[in-house]
Ligand binder design. Structure first.
Ligand code: SER
Length: 586
C-alpha cells in the first residue's frame, strides 16, 4: 500500500461508518493559544464543547480527517529514524455521537481488517486513574470501561493490556485550556500507532476539570509512522513519502551524510507546507519557526556545497506528491519566491558566520551566542559544523546560560512568558518578543548611546536626552535642541557612528555609586530616577577614553561591530526645543 492508499483507506472506512470527511485545517490555527496546529482535534474544539453543532455544519455528529500538523518539540530529534517536524495525522472524531465501545471497535476493525495486521501483534494501554496531581489538578478515575471493552468484547488477553498514569494516558488540553480526557493507545509490535482520546472533561486554565455536557471521541494516528510499519521499511525516510525527496538530494549531492539528508528532507517539506499555508519568515512566532528551519537548510547547503537546484526540485516533488490532497503546496512559484528571498537575506551572513566558525579553537557559550546573535547561526549548526575539537566541551546549557545572562543583565521587571508569546525583554525602554528581536534591540540600544554621543559632538552640549524607545524595528531618540539640524550635520552624525562601529570597540560597564558616576562625566537622563548604585555603560577600551558613557541598566552588544550599519531614518520636531530621531541598523 502506498501512503496515498493508506490515507484514502482510512478516510473511506470512516466515511462508510457514518463520518463526514473534513479537509485538513491550516497549519496556522484559529486558536490563539497555540502557535501552530499540533493535532487533528484542534479544528474541532468548539464541537466538543458544544459551542458549534456538528450536525448543522457536517450533517453528522462524526467526522474524519487527515490533518497537517507541526510539532516543534521534536525538532532536535529530526535526523533519526522516526522524528519529524511536519506530519499528517489521521483521525476520527465524534461529538456526542458514539463513545468508547464504538471508538475501540472501529480502530480494531480498521487495523486488523483493512490493514491486515495480525491480532497477535497488537497490545494496548488504558488510563490507570489517579488522585490529585502535584500541580494542582484533580484526580480522574481508572478507565475500567475501556479495559473491559478490550478484554471482554474484543478479546485481548490481560497481558496485552497495560495501565498507565496521566503522563502516558491522558490527553490535553492543547493550549492552556480545552477538551481533555483519558486515552487508550494501540501498539503494533510495541510501536505506538494510534491514540484514542475520550474527551469527557474541559480543562480550565487553573487546571481544574469540568465535566463536558456531551462526551466526545478524538483519535489520532500519525500517517508517516503507520506507513513505515505497513511498508516494512527501517525508517520514515525510506517510505514512499520521503523516498523521492531523499533520492533527489543524493542526486544533487552524491555521498551526502544520511543524517543531513534526512534533516534537509524534513525541514524543506515542512517549510513548503508552512509557506503554503501563508506563514512567512519573520522574527516572531510561526514565522520564526520557519526561519529557523530555513537557516539550518541554508547552513547545510553552504557547508556541503549542495546544488542550487535543491529548493526548486524539492518544491516540485512535494507539489507532485502531496498537491492532490493538499492543493496549497501546488503554488510552487509563490513558495519558491519566499524560499529564495530568505536565501538572499541570510546566505551572506550565514556564509560569513560559517567561515568564522571554522577558525575557532575553542567555542565558549559566549562565542556561540555571538555567532547566533550576529550571523544567525543556530546553536545546532555551531555544535555540528565547528571543528569537533573546538566544541567538544560546548553544551546547549552553556549557550542557554549565556542567553539568559543577556536577558538578565537587562532588566528590572522584564517579563518572560511561556512558549515565546509575549515579551522576553521589557525594560520600559527596550522591548523584544523573542531571541531574534532581542538581538536587534541590543544592537539598536548600543547604537542609541552612540547617537547621543555623536549628536553632542556635532551639535554641542545643548543636546540632552529627553526620551527613548527601542523596538526590533528602530530606535526612537528624543533630544533637546532649538533648531533643525542640517542634512550635512545629520550625515556627519551617521558617519561618526559608523566609524565607531567599524572600529569594533568593546562595550562594558562599571557599577558604582551615583555620586561617583556623576563625576565620571557619564550622561544621564534627568527624568529618570536612579538608584544609589548605578551602572555606567561605556563604549571604548576604558572608561577614561570612552567614546560614550551613560548611566544605563543595559543590556548592550559586546562590541560595536555587532551593531552593523546605522542610518537616521527620520528627524523631526516634536515640540518646543525637542526633536526626535528615528534610527535603524542593517
Ligand atoms: N489529540 C490526540 C493526539 O494528537 C488524538 O488525536 O494524539
Amino acid at each position: 500500500m502506498t501512503s496515498e492508499d493508506i490515507r484514502k483507506s482510512f478516510l473511506n472506512f470512516f466515511e462508510k461508518n457514518g463520518h463526514t470527511i473534513v479537509p485538513s485545517s491550516s497549519l496556522i490555527p484559529d486558536d490563539p493559544s497555540v502557535l501552530l496546529t499540533t493535532a487533528g482535534m484542534q479544528q474541532f474544539k468548539k464541537y466538543f464543547t458544544g459551542e458549534l453543532d456538528a450536525q448543522v455544519d457536517f450533517k453528522s455528529q462524526n467526522t474524519t480527517s487527515s490533518q497537517k500538523c507541526f510539532r516543534t518539540s521534536d525538532i532536535d530529534e529530526v535526523g533519526d529514524k522516526t522524528h519529524l517536524t511536519f506530519f499528517e495525522m489521521l483521525g476520527n472524531f465524534s461529538f456526542g455521537g458514539y463513545f468508547k465501545r464504538e471508538a475501540i471497535k472501529y480502530a480494531y476493525e480498521f487495523i486488523t481488517e483493512k490493514l491486515g495486521i495480525e491480532p497477535a501483534r497488537i497490545r494496548v494501554t488504558v488510563f490507570a486513574g489517579d488522585s490529585a496531581t502535584a500541580d494542582g489538578g484533580v484526580g480522574v478515575p481508572y478507565d475500567k470501561e475501556s479495559y473491559d471493552i478490550w478484554h471482554k468484547e474484543i478479546g485481548l488477553s490481560a497481558d496485552k493490556i497495560s495501565k498507565h498514569n496521566r503522563q502516558e494516558n491522558f490527553w490535553g488540553p492543547t493550549g492552556n485550556e480545552g477538551p481533555c480526557g483519558p486515552t487508550t493507545e494501540i501498539y503494533v509490535d510495541n510501536v505506538e500507532i494510534w491514540n484514542i482520546v475520550f474527551n469527557e472533561y474541559y480543562c480550565k486554565p487553573d487546571k481544574s476539570l469540568e465535566k463536558l455536557k456531551m462526551p466526545g471521541v478524538d483519535t489520532g494516528m500519525g500517517l508517516e509512522r503507520l506507513v513505515v510499519m505497513m511498508q516494512g521499511v527501517d525508517n520514515v525516510f525510506e517510505t514512499d513519502i520521503f523516498h523521492p525527496i531523499m533520492s533527489k538530494i543524493f542526486e544533487l549531492r552524491p555521498g551526502l551524510d544520511a543524517r543531513v539528508a534526512r534533516i534537509l528532507s524534513d525541514h524543506l517539506r515542512s517549510s513548503i507546507f508552512l509557506i503554503g499555508d501563508g506563514v512567512r519568515p519573520s522574527n516572531k512566532e510561526a514565522g520564526y519557526i520557519l526561519r529557523r528551519l530555513l537557516r539550518r537548510v541554508l547552513a547545510y547547503q553552504v557547508t556541503y556545497d549542495i546544488h542550487a537546484d535543491l529548493f526548486p526540485s524539492v518544491a516540485k516533488i512535494v507539489a507532485d506528491k502531496f498537491g492532490t490532497f493538499y492543493p496549497e503546496v501546488k503554488k510552487i512559484d509563490e513558495i519558491l519566491e519566499v524560499l529564495e528571498m530568505e536565501r538572499q537575506k541570510f546566505q551572506t551572513a550565514i556564509t560569513t558566520g560559517l567561515s568564522k566558525l571554522k577558525k575557532y579553537e575553542n567555542v565558549t557559550g559566549q562565542d556561540a551566542f555571538y555567532l547566533y546573535e550576529t550571523f544567525g547561526l543556530p546553536f545546532e549548526i555551531v555544535k555540528e559544523l565547528a571543528p569537533a575539537e573546538a566544541v567538544k566541551n560546548l553544551s546547549r546549557q552553556d549557550f542557554d546560560e549565556e542567553f539568559k545572562k543577556h536577558q538578565e543583565l537587562s532588566r528590572a521587571g522584564a517579563e518572560k512568558k511561556f512558549g515565546g508569546h509575549g515579551l522576553i525583554l521589557d525594560t520600559g525602554e527596550l522591548k523584544a518578543h523573542d531571541e531574534e528581536e532581542l538581538g536587534k534591540v541590543l544592537r539598536l540600544h548600543t547604537a542609541t548611546h552612540l547617537l547621543q554621543a555623536a549628536l553632542r559632538k556635532v551639535l554641542g552640549d545643548e543636546v540632552k536626552q529627553r526620551g527613548s524607545d527601542i523596538t526590533a524595528e528602530r530606535t526612537r531618540f528624543d533630544y533637546s535642541f532649538t533648531r533643525k539640524p542640517t542634512p550635512e550635520e545629520l550625515k556627519q552624525v551617521e558617519d561618526i557612528i559608523n566609524e565607531v562601529v567599524g572600529k569594533d570597540l568593546p562595550v562594558g560597564f562599571i557599577e558604582m555609586s551615583k555620586e561617583e558616576a556623576e563625576k565620571t562625566g557619564a550622561l544621564y537622563f534627568f527624568k529618570e530616577r536612579y538608584p544609589e548604585k548605578v551602572k555606567v555603560y561605556y563604549v571604548g577600551h576604558s572608561l577614561d577614553e570612552a567614546f560614550s558613557k551613560e548611566f544605563c541598566g543595559g543590556p548592550h552588544v559586546e562590541r560595536t561591530s555587532i551593531i552593523g550599519n546605522f542610518k537616521i531614518a527620520k528627524e523631526e520636531s516634536i515640540g518646543a526645543g525637542v526633536r526626535r530621531i528615528r534610527g535603524m541598523v542593517s
